[in-house]
Design a protein around this ligand. Structure first.
Ligand code: FES
Length: 336
C-alpha cells in the first residue's frame, strides 16, 4: 500500500506524492518531479533535512549525528534521504516550491451551487471530474479565478473534497470583484479554475486538547478540519468559539450542530459583538475563552479571523499568562 506524502514548501505551496512501501521519501519525490534539496544522499550532510508535521516513518540508523542529532529527530526533524513512510505524512520543506522545481497545481471545475447564506456570507460549491485528484490539508486555501476577469482571490476550503466537489464560505464584500460575481452573475455550470492548495494553516496531528477560534467567515477552515476530525476521531477535546459582528453574520450553525453530534468530544459556542445583538452570548471570543479551554497551556490553539482578532487574542493570552503549546493562526482581509 502506498502512503501519501504532503510536502508543504516555504512559500505555502503544498504538493502531494505517493511513496511506495520501503521507498525513500526523497526518491519518491524525485520520481514525481519534486527535487527536494539533496547532496550526499547518505545521511551525512543534512542538506535534505525537513520537518515531519505528522505521520509515522522510520529513519533507519545509517545517518550520522552531524546530519541529524537525536534531539532533532525527537522533535520531528527528518532526513528525507533516509526517511521511509509508514503512514501518510505531512513534511515541511525549508525551501520554496520553485527551488524544488515544482509549483502550484491548477484545476478546472464548474460551479455546482451558490447559496447566499446572509448579508455577509455566501457558500460556493465547485465540482468537476478534474477535482477528484485535488488533495489538500484541511485548513488550507486555494486561489479561485474570478470568472470573466484575470484576477483571483484566496479562499479556504470549508469542506473536504468528496466525489470531486469542494465548498467555500465566502465573505460578501459590497463592490468586491468575487462578491459581485457570486451575487449577481454566478450560476450552476459556469466554469471556474482553482490554483493551489496553499498555506501553512492546517490541522496537525492532535496530541493535546484543541481550541479553535473563528472570526466571521474565518469559520471556513474549521469546517474542513472538523470534517476531518469527524472521520478520523480525536482522543482529546476540541472546542470551537465562533465570533461574529452581528446576529445575521452567524451562518452554518446547522453544520456545527451536525459535527457536534458526529464528534463525541467536540463542543462549540458562538458569540456576537454588536451591542444590540439578541444572541445569548455577547462580546468577543476572548470573553468566552474559559480557563478549562486553555488547559494550563497544554493546548493547541488555531485561530482564523481578521488581523485585529489575531492581535486581540495574542494580547489576551499574554494578559492571562498563558503560553499555549502551539498557536497557529491565519489572518484574512478583504481584497481591495
Ligand atoms: Fe545528505 Fe540527506 S542528502 S543527509
Amino acid at each position: 500500500m502506498t502512503h501519501t506524502i504532503a510536502f508543504n514548501f516555504e512559500d505555502g505551496v503544498t504538493r502531494f506524492i505517493d511513496a511506495n512501501p520501503g521507498e525513500v521519501v526523497a526518491d519518491a519525490a524525485y520520481r514525481q518531479g519534486i527535487n527536494i534539496p539533496l547532496d550526499c544522499r547518505d545521511g551525512a550532510c543534512g542538506t535534505c533535512k525537513c520537518f515531519a508535521e505528522s505521520g509515522k516513518y522510520s529513519l533507519g540508523d545509517e545517518y550520522i549525528d552531524d546530519a541529524l542529532t537525536a534531539e532533532e529527530a525527537e522533535q520531528g526533524f527528518v532526513l528525507t534521504c533516509q526517511m521511509r513512510a509508514e503512514s501518510n505524512c505531512v513534511v515541511r520543506v525549508p525551501a520554496s516550491s520553485e527551488v524544488c522545481r515544482t509549483q502550484k497545481a491548477s484545476f478546472d471545475g464548474a460551479i455546482s451551487d451558490v447559496q447566499v447564506l446572509s448579508d455577509s456570507a455566501i457558500r460556493l460549491s465547485i465540482s468537476g471530474e478534474g477535482l477528484g485528484s485535488l488533495a489538500f490539508l484541511p485548513g488550507q486555501y486555494v486561489n479561485l479565478q474570478v470568472p470573466g476577469s484575470s484576477e483571483s482571490r484566496a479562499y479556504s476550503f470549508s469542506s473536504l473534497q468528496q466525489d470531486g466537489q469542494v465548498s467555500f464560505l465566502i465573505r460578501y464584500v459590497p463592490g468586491g470583484l468575487m462578491s459581485t460575481y457570486l451575487k449577481d452573475h454566478a450560476a450552476a455550470g459556469q466554469g471556474i479554475s482553482l490554483t493551489g492548495p496553499l498555506g501553512s494553516f492546517y490541522l496537525r496531528d492532535i496530541k493535546r486538547p484543541l481550541l479553535m477560534l473563528a472570526g466571521g467567515t474565518g469559520l471556513a477552515p474549521f469546517l474542513a478540519m472538523l470534517e476531518k476530525i469527524a472521520e478520523a476521531g480525536s482522543d482529546y477535546p476540541v472546542h470551537l468559539i465562533y465570533g461574529v459582528s452581528h446576529d445575521f453574520d452567524l451562518v452554518e450553525m446547522d453544520k456545527l450542530e451536525t459535527l457536534a453530534q458526529r464528534i463525541p468530544n467536540f463542543s462549540y459556542s458562538a458569540c456576537v459583538a454588536a451591542a444590540e445583538s439578541q444572541h445569548p452570548k455577547k462580546g468577543f471570543v476572548t470573553q468566552h475563552i474559559e480557563p478549562a479551554h486553555l488547559n494550563e497551556g497544554e493546548v493547541d490553539i488555531y485561530l482564523c479571523g481578521p488581523p485585529p482578532m489575531v492581535e486581540a487574542v495574542s494580547l489576551n493570552l499574554r494578559e492571562r499568562g498563558t503560553q499555549p503549546a502551539n498557536f497557529y493562526f491565519e489572518k484574512f482581509a478583504a481584497s481591495a
